[in-house]
Ligand binder design. Sequence first.
Ligand SMILES: Nc1ncnc2c1ncn2[C@@H]1O[C@H](COP(=O)(O)OP(=O)(O)OP(=O)(O)O)[C@@H](O)[C@H]1O
Ligand SMILES: [Mg+2]
Length: 231
Amino acid sequence: MPLIEVEAVSHTYPAQSRPVLRDVTVELNERRVGVIGANGSGKSTFARLLNGLVLPDRGTVRIDGLDTRRDGKRVRQLVGFCFTDPDAQIVMPTVAEDVAFSLRRRQLQGRALADRVAEALRRFGLERHADHPAHLLSGGQKQLLALASVLVTEPALVVMDEPTTLLDLRNARLIADLVAGLDEQVVLLTHHLDLIDGFDRVLVFDDGRIVADDRPASAVTAYRQLIGAGR
Ligand SMILES: Nc1ncnc2c1ncn2[C@@H]1O[C@H](COP(=O)(O)OP(=O)(O)OP(=O)(O)O)[C@@H](O)[C@H]1O
Ligand SMILES: [Mg+2]
């Protein structure tokens, strides 16, 4: 597992006066890390720090010793990022082409490339959709495609920002089971609190700070108390 080191990070977006992250320090090397918290508490901004999509105003972020500010390119080879809306991530016309596009920087061609793409599609149950238009997939299938396209590059760490928010119960279950079975390290942000059951560690964000850092049950209790929902 790569070590994630976030050290004294504060961040204010341009044209805003209020910081979105305030002096956040945390080290993570667990296999499954959940991130929960109210809307606007800074979770997505935190997630985007991890692959250098957001560079902090203050403080440093290192993944496996690589500083996101200095080694952004290498960091992005280590860290795959899944957005909430898989449409934002689909770039090619067909399902197979989309997965192949993720491998464009690898020295893979012809049969070797086709085999690698086919294997990724099989892993996510999309093999029968290889030549289908990607934008015509269902929401759940698009989410699976986004995961396939990210995981085919073999990132050490996968960051998922609310991967089940747009999905129905069945597809949300599908993604949850899939996430549970991944070998890769996962940092997962969610409002679906059952998704983080069994996780190793859960961070609770509130107003730009980590206010609880615990096992899932205790973290969820802390979050419920925070928003006044009781236990
Ligand atoms: N690109 C941006 N430019 C300016 N402000 C932003 C940007 N992205 C987020 N913000 C602001 O930063 C704050 C924190 O947003 P963030 O997306 O990190 O919260 P979140 O915890 O992920 O919320 P949610 O649960 O709604 O996804 C919000 O007030 C938001 O308006
Ligand atoms: Mg968010």
